[in-house]
Design a protein around this ligand. Structure first.
Ligand SMILES: Nc1ncnc2c1ncn2[C@@H]1O[C@H](COP(=O)(O)OP(=O)(O)OP(=O)(O)O)[C@@H](O)[C@H]1O
Length: 258
């Protein structure tokens, strides 16, 4: 399989790996493989690094089959075999559960079950890292969603240690734009699978994503948003909210003549 990428692309992924210390000697890394473009691209580029990095690490793939249909799992077995990588297919009945419960928010439920199933498998098989295919557009989208819907400045982290499970989530594509991944994967001789999930593209998040995309097409605006995700000393934010009782007392003081 053709594993060559433009230098500017590998440089961005290696930058994230180096800056956030994502891959070390002796790591056992599982790529969470959905069959979509992002995690497929991640698998390809990590396979390339696995062949050429000085760091020696084990690379495998893990796929959670939500139970909508079998075709994705079969296709993923072919892709990983062509890359000479092991894959674990975890069969679940997430689809039945979601259908039976008529969930308001099936995607977050599904993601929660999926992560749980993967983490259990990783713990039982001595993996220390789980790699996800999130990219720069995902990080900015999460940042804006967090401001809009929970009033907090939060974004996707390049790595997050799950101390209870002793597994580190890593996101090596965090500096890559989505359109670059799309272009690269189109040039590879690989089938990117359409999601078999009936909710795909029908969620509130996908509606919001369409709105954001209008802004994300403007490179300058996008790079300003990226810059706004960095920790900085020159933040000019309001101080934390004052204790209600203290504030009420202070306010009363304005009215009571001594
Ligand atoms: N069924 C699955 N099994 C294993 N890992 C998964 C599965 N679905 C998603 N993931 C992992 O979680 C990441 C984020 O999931 P999300 O559903 O947001 O996918 P996405 O942004 O559409 O990416 P992709 O193009 O890889 O599907 C994916 O990039 C992938 O690494």
């Amino acid at each position: 399989m053709n594993l060559s990428f433009d230098n500017s692309i590998t440089a961005k992924v290696v930058k994230a790996i180096a800056e956030f210390d994502l891959i070390n000697d002796g790591d056992k890394i599982a790529v969470g493989l959905s069959g979509g473009k992002d995690s497929t691209f991640l698998l390809l580029i990590l396979k390339l690094f696995n062949q050429h990095f000085k760091n020696d690490f084990i690379l495998e793939a893990v796929h959670v089959d939500p139970g909508f249909d079998d075709s994705t799992a079969l296709e993923l077995k072919k892709i990983t075999a062509a890359l000479d990588l092991k894959i674990k297919i975890i069969k679940t009945n997430i689809s039945d559960y979601i259908a039976a419960k008529e969930e308001d928010n099936p995607c977050s439920k599904c993601a929660h079950f999926r992560k749980g199933a993967i983490i259990n498998y990783l713990k039982d098989n001595n993996f220390n890292k789980l790699a996800f295919g999130h990219h720069l557009d995902d990080a900015v989208e999460t940042y804006l969603m967090s401001i809009f819907y929970s009033g907090q400045l939060k974004t996707l982290q390049a790595k997050r240690y799950l101390s209870k499970n002793k597994i580190e989530i890593i996101r090596p594509l965090i500096y890559l734009r989505e359109d670059i991944i799309e272009e690269e994967i189109e040039n590879k001789d690989i089938t990117v699978l359409k999601s078999s999930c009936p909710y795909d593209g029908r969620t509130i998040r996908s509606e919001i994503r369409k709105e954001f995309n209008k802004f994300f097409e403007d490179d300058l605006l996008f790079s300003n948003l990226v810059s706004a995700m960095r920790e900085k000393n020159n933040r000019e934010l309001w101080p934390a909210e004052m204790d209600k009782q203290i504030l009420t007392k202070k306010m009363k003081n304005y009215w009571e003549k001594g």
